[in-house]
Design a protein around this ligand. Structure first.
Ligand SMILES: [Zn+2]
Length: 78
């Protein structure tokens, strides 16, 4: 059994989103507290905000993210 995470942290200490559907990793940015907001995400990504420490049924915690591919072609931008 593996534990899913909704974010990944780089060696440089920046944090990026991980798509909850396909596991794709998005652009990593510096954050003050390790939390990503909508403004930290690359174009096309979306987030479903959850409190820090919230545990989802799949074992992941915190806010969840969806990549542009899984969001479809919202707005016609591909
Ligand atoms: Zn995806």
């Amino acid at each position: 059994m593996t534990t899913r995470t909704n974010t990944h942290t780089t060696a440089a200490g920046t944090v990026g989103p991980v798509c909850e559907d396909c596991g794709r990793r998005g652009r990593a940015v510096h954050t003050d507290d390790g939390r990503l907001t909508l403004w930290d995400l690359a174009r096309g990504w979306s987030t479903a905000p959850y409190p820090v420490g919230y545990v989802h049924p799949d074992g992941s915690t915190g806010s969840r993210f969806t990549c542009p591919d899984c969001n479809g072609t919202r707005g016609g931008h591909r």
